[in-house]
Design a binder for this molecule. Structure first.
Ligand SMILES: NC(=O)c1ccc[n+]([C@@H]2O[C@H](COP(=O)([O-])OP(=O)(O)OC[C@H]3O[C@@H](n4cnc5c(N)ncnc54)[C@H](O)[C@@H]3O)[C@@H](O)[C@H]2O)c1
Length: 379
């Protein structure tokens, strides 16, 4: 089978998921062959473990015999490194979130177009079989027109990540914000795919853990109003005490979908539609799934294989960079609303993008984060 040779930049947690997802599968169209990381020790250990050629120098890595690069580095580096990869003529698969501002998203899109390379954001939730099933059920009309819903992602990130000011994750400057930027982007990309474009957002940000001042929110609630009229609540937290999981509820004029990634069979459908597999009672079609970390490996395998196929067949990725940028727009809209203490609209965001630039939204965001950690007993 034809294979695409991938190199990895950033030998951390996400890089590990991608490499592992195709490692022992000779039939995969994906083959990781090389790695680069600024941390020499991390690079050496990771490359040895996964039998990759280590490159301490980015220039030599990009000049090597790879077709595509998976970029899995801190968020503030996505745009500059994606541009370097494009200039080297390699295809770019970049981890979520696309970037920290809308302007960076535009620069990445322009660089990939100019170099005529394929470009996709590795939004694994777009490639989860459970989410593909939900999307199919909606498209078949089985739950009718969606008017209400909620989505949740909770992750118990080790508290050292939050408490260490030198760790880039969830920081304003290197992470582009806290849990809304880091985990909310999954929810926004998935919901936009199912519901279309967001019109307005209202957002509350909180710190349940007393993290250093350079760290942003660890928990948030975002209320979204879609152009379709659908009203959705998105709850995200990085300090909930359970293994990483996701949940979604969508209610329409003909039925309901309940989805929970902690269930072995994650999608449950209730439909009054004539075409429903079972009418008038909840049913759960079989879908490939496994509780965390299995569903991460499944989705990483699917997204890498899709991107490799696009390269081999010269096709456009089904998750477009423009859609990924829309998820960043919802993140920034949420932050704008938190700062205002009131709902914010996409037209306000567009005005900021045209005038001050969307980086300005993060300035002073710290003051909008409610501190509730004094009432929490974590030890
Ligand atoms: N899809 C998912 O659910 C998921 C899960 C985890 C992380 N991610 C994403 O993956 C990306 C990386 O996250 P992570 O958790 O793996 O982070 P990490 O901190 O574990 O790893 C990042 C790696 O990048 C390296 N690095 C930093 N600067 C570099 C540079 N200039 N050049 C080369 N290497 C550099 C670091 O040394 C480190 O090894 C982020 O975009 C994150 O949001 C996605």
């Amino acid at each position: 089978m034809a294979q695409v040779k991938f190199g990895l930049i950033g030998c951390g947690d996400a890089g590990g998921f991608h490499v592992m997802s195709s490692k022992d599968n000779p039939d995969s169209s994906v083959r990781y062959v090389a790695a680069h990381d600024i941390n020499d020790k991390v690079l050496a250990r990771f490359s040895r473990l996964h039998k990759l050629t280590p490159y301490a120098e980015l220039g030599k890595f990009l000049a090597s015999d790879i077709d595509a690069v998976l970029l899995a580095v801190p968020h503030y580096l996505h745009a500059s490194l994606a541009k370097r990869i494009a200039e080297a003529g390699k295809h770019i698969l970049c981890e979520k979130p696309m970037a920290t501002t809308l302007e960076e998203c535009d620069e990445m899109i322009a660089a990939a177009k100019k170099a005529s390379v394929k470009f996709m954001i590795a939004e694994n939730h777009r490639f989860l079989p459970a989410h593909k099933l939900v999307k199919q059920v909606i498209e078949e009309g089985l739950i009718g027109d969606i008017f209400l819903g909620r989505a949740y992602e909770g992750a118990f990130v080790p508290s050292r990540v939050f408490l260490d000011a030198d760790n880039w994750q969830f920081t304003f400057d290197k992470g582009g914000g806290g849990v809304v930027a880091d985990q909310g982007c999954h929810k926004f990309a998935t919901l936009n795919w199912m519901l279309g474009e967001v019109d307005k957002a209202q957002c509350w940000l909180g710190k349940a853990l007393n993290s250093p001042p350079n760290k942003a929110e660890d928990s948030a609630i975002v209320l979204l109003r879609y152009k379709s009229g659908a009203m959705i609540t998105v709850d995200v937290s990085s300090v909930t005490v359970h293994p990483l999981t996701n949940r979604m509820e969508l209610h329409g004029t003909k039925g309901t979908i309940l989805e929970d990634h902690a269930w072995e069979n994650p999608v449950s459908i209730f439909s009054s539609h004539d075409k429903a597999q079972v009418k008038g009672e909840f049913y759960s079609p079989k879908v490939e799934h496994g509780v965390y970390p299995k569903y991460y490996l499944i989705s990483a395998r699917e997204e890498d294989a899709h991107f490799a196929d696009c390269i081999l067949k010269d096709q456009h990725p089904e998750f477009t960079p423009e859609q990924a940028k829309q998820a960043i727009a919802v993140t920034l809209l949420s932050y704008l609303s938190a700062k205002k203490g009131a709902p914010a609209s996409m037209s306000e965001l567009a005005t900021i993008a045209k005038t001050k630039g969307t980086k300005s939204i993060l300035d002073g965001l710290d003051r909008a984060i409610q501190r509730n950690y004094d009432a929490m007993h974590w030890t």
